[in-house]
Write a protein of this length. Structure first.
Lengths: 50, 610
């Protein structure tokens, strides 16, 4: 996990995208909730964007 | 140096192996798992390419992955932030996948490789940008020393279109268009709107286009896409839903064209859908031609390399070639994401490690026959295990009998040599037929694909006979160029025939080779070369000796929705589950009437329709 955080930090630094940091922190905090909230049965009719 | 390239986790997972810069093997995971467009970790494909290279994972120096997950995640987050609060549903779908796996891709890959090789180090993992992988797959194997490299697809990380200059062993990306402005996504939006499956039905839209008139071309150009003189463009996002929703288009899009989205499979295709298909095809060609003309004059180079999913639009490719802005055009046969595995490996070899590159007059793809092959013993073993009744022949006898079967208008399963890399069957895993018969089109579809199609089959033609059958005199070994059937081979349609609609019109005898002639007299051509596929070349030559025709029908060896067959067992299973008449696997020849009746199976509903 430490190497992952270090890489994310390096990535934000290289890309000069520090403004994404709060978004990432919130995501990290909500991560468990978001993962658990998965369960939508809707199959997306969409290009694999994500 | 041994480099393994990988593409995975979106669609069309694949693996490729480079040994000291030479492309040794490449294969798609779907062929092994039998799951179309399989997006999983390509373990089977990796096992195969290592086996083909006679090495183990411990021998591999580097593994190159075909895109950069953090950059993609950045795009997702920025898009959601920009669009908030819209996009919540899409966000809820995307985040679990990312927070569970994709964000930790490096760790996941490390774990996977350490399961097999404990000493695998993080430094051995390399990541190439998605479009750089495409560009590398287009330029490095090409026969050119220098070229403009154009990649177009749905989206990678941010880029949807890139222009690069390839020289020697270097590729410099000069300019990019970014998400959400994407020609691939625009085409996919119309694929969705006309009721086909996104990311596999684009071919059908292209095949449907000749039935229609591009009536909506100006409507699209005036409202949906703003195209500049150099081919760069912007999409008006108020008509699309893919940045925030779970569909490609929205209600405004449907209102613009006056009809709702066609319901897949249940709702009939009408002239409206054909006109829509013709219109988006015309717009795509317009964009691509503006790009290539502008690039040719800007950089003054004679060569163009293409890759990315849009480069599978062989109608547009044919127009680029005929337009003449570039003297030579080379297209990566695995232009979609599978080819990214190969591109990532090549990028590591040439770009990261600066290894020199010598372009040869023939490309480095070996005819795209880079997948699994089986020797005589393996084939016999598999056929015996399956309970097949077969005759073992000499190579010459096998070719004679297969050619005679074709001349007798039989449907022939053809399984020879190594499997193709990329979406097309090129005479390694193909179903073949007689193009001269007007019935072939109909019967082959009903016998094998279980439904008629509005698309004709593709012709495989001896390279030396190409110019006598088609308005083309360039190599097209990968079935990526469309050109017209020669005028003197065409038959004029009567007024009554002209008035026919859809499949009825396709069944009219429009040329001496009706099974491969589309209603606008075009054909999706594969040229067959003695040096890359001698068996296939010999077969068509024998067919020509028997019939005077150096062209045969070539369609992929599968049923609808099934990945192309990989092993002799897959081939036998498909043979017994369809109405194929004969099967030629290596030098083994099988006739349907000689097979045990209890092995016949119902294959029709085994695969989900694509």
């Amino acid at each position: 996990m430490f190497s992952f955080i270090a890489e994310i930090w390096l990535f934000l630094k290289v890309r000069k995208k520090f403004w994404l940091l709060p978004v990432l922190i919130v995501l990290g905090l909500l991560g468990g909730l978001i993962v658990m909230s998965q369960g939508s049965a809707i199959a997306p009719f969409i290009y694999t964007l994500f | 140096m041994k480099i393994l390239g990988i593409s995975a986790f979106y669609h069309d997972s694949a693996a490729a192996l480079l040994l000291d810069g030479e492309i040794v093997a490449a294969a798609q995971e779907e062929r092994y798992t039998r799951k179309k467009h399989d997006a999983g970790f390509p373990q089977n494909a990796i096992d195969y390419v290592l086996e083909e290279g006679r090495i183990q994972l411990s021998d591999v120096d580097y593994v190159a992955f075909y895109d950069k997950p953090f950059l993609k995640f950045e795009r997702l987050l920025e898009t959601y932030v920009a669009m908030a609060p819209r996009g919540l549903n899409s966000f809820r779908m995307a985040m679990p996948v990312w927070l569970r796996q994709k964000l930790f891709l490096k760790d996941f890959l490390l774990k996977q490789f350490r399961l097999q090789q404990e000493s695998f180090e993080p430094e051995q993992l390399l990541f190439a940008e998605h479009h750089f992988s495409h560009a590398a797959s287009a330029f490095y194997p090409s026969p050119f020393n220098e070229a403009v490299v154009l990649t177009l697809d749905g989206v990678g990380e941010w880029a949807t279109t890139t222009v690069a200059i390839g020289k020697g062993n270097e590729i410099d990306i000069i300019k990019e268009l970014h998400f959400p402005h994407s020609l691939g996504l625009l085409y996919s939006a119309f694929t969705y709107y006309t009721g086909f499956k996104v990311n596999s039905g684009e071919y059908k839209v292209m095949g449907l286009a000749p039935y229609g008139e591009p009536k909506y071309r100006d409507l699209i150009l005036d409202n949906l896409v703003d195209v500049k003189d150099d081919g760069s463009f912007r999409l008006d996002q108020s008509y699309f839903n893919y940045t925030t929703g779970l569909t490609m288009t929205n209600r405004r899009f449907a209102e613009l064209f006056g009809q709702p989205v066609r319901q897949p499979e249940s709702e009939q295709l009408t002239q409206f859908h054909m006109d829509i298909a013709a219109s988006i095809q015309a717009v795509t060609e317009e964009v691509v031609l503006r790009m290539t003309r502008s690039l040719a004059s800007e950089y003054g180079m004679a060569n163009l390399c293409l890759a990315g999913g849009v480069a599978l639009n062989c109608v547009a490719n044919g127009k680029i070639l005929r337009d003449g802005a570039f003297k030579n055009v080379w297209i990566q046969p695995a232009a979609g994401d599978a080819g990214g595995a190969l591109g990532a490996a090549l990028a590591a070899w040439h770009t990261e490690f600066g290894q020199p590159r010598v372009a040869s007059s023939a490309d480095a793809m070996r005819g795209a026959y880079l997948g699994s092959g089986f020797n005589e013993q393996q084939i016999e073993q598999e056929l015996t295990s399956a309970g097949a009744v077969y005759t073992k022949l000499s190579c010459e006898e096998m070719i004679e009998r297969a050619a005679q079967a074709l001349a007798d208008s039989k449907a022939v399963g053809w399984f020879q040599g190594r499997m193709e890399f990329g979406p097309r069957a090129l005479g390694g895993r193909s179903i073949l037929g007689d193009p001269r018969s007007a019935e072939t089109q109909k019967t082959l579809y009903l016998k094998v694909k279980y439904r008629e199609s509005f698309r004709p089959f593709a012709p495989s033609v001896l390279r030396e006979d190409l110019a006598s059958w088609f308005e083309l005199d360039e190599d097209s070994p990968y079935m990526l160029l469309v050109a017209d059937v020669k005028k003197d081979k065409r038959s004029a349609m009567t007024a009554e025939e002209e008035a026919l609609f859809g499949i009825e019109k396709l069944n009219v005898r429009r040329s001496e080779i009706p099974a491969v002639t589309h209603i606008d007299y075009s054909a999706r051509i594969q040229t067959v070369h003695e040096d890359t596929n001698p068996h296939y070349h010999a077969l068509i030559s024998e067919f020509k000796r028997l019939t005077g025709c150096g062209v045969i029908v070539n369609t992929s060896f599968n049923v609808r929705g099934e990945p192309i067959v990989c092993t002799p067992t897959d081939a036998y299973s498909c043979f017994m589950g369809t109405d194929l008449d004969v099967l030629a696997i290596g030098n083994f020849f099988l006739s349907k009437e000689e097979q045990p009746k209890d092995l016949l199976s119902d294959y029709k509903d085994r695969y989900e329709l694509d």
